[in-house]
Write a protein that binds this ligand. Structure first.
Ligand SMILES: Nc1ncnc2c1ncn2[C@@H]1O[C@H](COP(=O)(O)OP(=O)(O)OP(=O)(O)O)[C@@H](O)[C@H]1O
Ligand SMILES: [Mg+2]
Length: 239
């Protein structure tokens, strides 16, 4: 059984069709990159899976249970969480407060404290800066915070939208190192929007290529990177 299944998905914004006839499945513990040009529908796909955008059509399943139709909180409670594009942390709240947002409804306060401790162990920099305003963190630290916050619900599946956006290459390395460590440690299933096929190839995994709201290719990230290199060699990167 697939960990995550998306079947015949469509997303529309008024008259604009952002996604149509889109299907794919992801296995447990798999790492899948979603790539494609601006406006291809990558963020819409992640948002539809996480329930923050309503699907016009289609079915989304996790572990065989149907997620489509549920709201984002209910989906998060079932073990799927998302790190949205642009991180969306609360800059005026402290690092710790950012991590606690969303745990307010949980009654198992001691388990929440344990989760916080686990997160701080995985991200020592966040423990060091627990009381600092989140807006005062560097871009890389803010990305770590956004990832850490998504982990506070103890997800089995995590969707990450463009973690490398606006970060220096070295910082991107760190973010991916941490994501991969967490994946190995927790057996997480990861779906990551990443524009750079070279980056995806270096990290390793499967890649879905989107264009105009559809998946146009599905394969190993290294093959995509090799094709991109070929294109660049022939067309000088202009294609
Ligand atoms: N809230 C919205 N309202 C109206 N149209 C939207 C909305 N969000 C996205 N769109 C449109 O839907 C299409 C897909 O957008 P989406 O953000 O999913 O693409 P993307 O692949 O994530 O792009 P990018 O690489 O720029 O992040 C685009 O044409 C976009 O303009
Ligand atoms: Mg996007």
């Amino acid at each position: 059984m697939a960990k995550l299944g998306v079947f015949d998905l469509a997303v529309r914004y008024g008259k604009l069709t952002a996604i149509s006839d889109l299907s794919f499945t992801v296995s447990e513990g798999e790492r899948v990159f979603v790539s494609g040009p601006n406006g291809a529908g990558k963020s819409s796909l992640l948002s539809a899976i996480a329930g923050s955008v309503r699907a016009a059509h289609g079915r989304i399943e996790m572990d065989g249970a149907i997620l489509s139709g549920l709201g984002p909180e209910a989906i998060a409670r079932r073990g799927l969480s998302m790190v949205p594009e642009g991180r969306r942390i609360f800059p005026s709240l402290s690092v710790q407060e950012n991590l606690m947002v969303g745990t307010g409804m949980r009654r198992d306060r001691s388990a929440v404290a344990d989760d916080l401790d686990t997160i701080f162990t995985a991200f020592p920099i966040l423990r060091d800066r627990a009381r600092a305003q989140a807006g005062a963190l560097s871009g890389g630290q803010q990305q770590m915070l956004a990832i850490a916050r998504a982990l506070m619900t103890n997800p089995k599946v995590m969707l990450v939208d463009e973690p490398s956006l606006g970060l220096a290459p070295k910082v991107v390395d760190e973010v991916y190192d941490r994501l991969c460590q967490l994946q190995a440690l927790r057996g997480l299933t990861l779906v990551i929007v990443e524009q750079s096929s070279a980056r995806a190839a270096r990290v390793g995994g499967r890649m879905l290529l989107m264009r105009c709201g559809k998946i146009v290719a599905d394969g190993d990230a290294t093959e995509f990177a090799a094709k991109d290199l070929l294109t660049e060699a022939y067309f000088g990167g202009a294609a």
